[in-house]
Design a binder for this molecule. Sequence first.
Ligand code: AGP
Length: 588
Amino acid sequence: MCGIVGYCGHKNAAPILLEGLKKLEYRGYDSAGIATLCGGGFCLKRCKGRVDGLVPVSELAGKTGIGHTRWATHGAPTEENAHPHCYGRFAVVHNGIIENEALLKEECLLRGEHFASETDSEVIAHLLEEGFAGDLLGCVRKVCARLRGSYALAILCSAEPDKIIAVREKSPLIVGARRKECFLASDLPAIAGEGVEVYALADGEAACIGAGEVKFYGKTGAEVQKTPVIYDFEGENAEKGGYTHYMEKEIGEVPASIANSLIDFSSESRYSDFCKVLCQTYYIQIIACGTAYHSGIAAKYAMERLARIPVEVCIASEYRYRDPIISPHTLVFAVSQSGETADTLAAAQCARERGALVAAITNVPYSSLTRMADFVLFTHAGREIAVAATKSYAAQLALLFSVALFLSKERLPFSVLSDFVELSRHTLSRCFCIADWAPRMKEAKSVFFLGRGVDYCNALEGSLKLKEISYLPSEGYPAGELKHGTLALVDDRTPIVVLLTQRALAEKTMNAVHEVVSRGAEVFLVTSLPEYVGAEGIRSVCLLPECAEIFSPLLSVIPLQLLAYRVAVLRGYDPDKPRNLAKSVTVE
Ligand code: AGP
């Protein structure tokens, strides 16, 4: 992950770089730094922790500079390990992982060089310094040829002022240009603006960036012409709109997210090629990570139930390593909010190489996933700033359920799904009980989430949300599985959140409820079945509106997201920026 920025133009670089870094903080916030070219050398400022720690930047003179916000992989989150890393005539920021760092470093150490950090990135500056003999771009290309792993790099050389060299291999990097100014960044929000033309670098490409001039070079080193990408610049929707945290605001945007992401495939002609493929599909694989993986589990239940097509849901980081089988007429959905998750990209690439058609489901136009997929289906959740995925999960569910509905043998009307826009609004208004649940859970030693059938996806998702922002140990389980071992952990200090939205399975799930209640556990029930309000042993109920059961995860996740949010706040944590995490995971 990590975010990188660059600026070369007629203005002071540091304040522009600082603003860019703030917009990339979702990519990591362990440490930050800026280097500018000034007085024939570098002005450097770095800090541990968030980008705000760099303020003020007024002492950093210079109109050309690079910046970095870090998610630590190699080396602790300290100021010494913060980028940029400077060595000799070079300053470097890096997003990615250099897998052969140890070997390369050994070579530098044998030359007697000293390293100031524990990172895998510093070695790049050393190799550049050793290899530079006047041809900057040629030197960068030679060094890159020796790197294994993934990288997006921005490089300053004090011998060639007013210039930044940018290169990309398996980590995102975009370049922006307008009169007298050039920018570069890991992601669009950091550089999009009035009159900025944006170019996406492909793997193996390089850019030489000057004030108002940028040249691109292909894999062979020859100059290439690139076409600017078309993008909608809606401005940075970074306002909290009266909410204390983005996460709470984004949960409130779930109904809009569902409304914007539902697709009536049978009536929208722009999807006709995709629908033809869908109609010839006999096997579906869904590859994704984290929350996106949970949307895949919900989709499996819906697609298999409604379309009778077998669906396999695969953790993307494992996909390549199990030698996956792609039979004829297999369609692979790669689901990723960011479209930059390295594990998902690698799995999608693997599936394509084995002959599958890949449909990307992503929230981010021009992301790497959109460029490699055969079909692209956008979720329209809007920019999600909090690290914990909330409205984007609802959008993924809405889109995947739209596919299930289209494939439905029963050819259910689209209104079955579109009703969920209003139903999700009702659900939000019924979640007042969460304010009462959160204090009772905040000191728990661990929390279990149980669900049977399609409810299982939100048992996993509710648990992940709670873990990632409140740091409470938690597990999501199929309701029937607890008794096969984990029940041993349940006692009167173990809150159990139970999801109950399918009438035909309710009695079976209630068996699990009785088992935990008789061990003293307190049960918190999220249900759309009014007959279970007041059931024996259950005092705490969040009653959802009744709905088409197979799509109920669109509703039942809302109280779980709010619960995680409230518990995190009560425990004194910032739910928008949980420790050790980043929004976009661009390393394997
Ligand atoms: C969700 O709250 C997490 N932050 C995380 O699990 C996330 O869903 C996962 O890293 C996948 O990200 P993606 O959707 O951008 O690929």
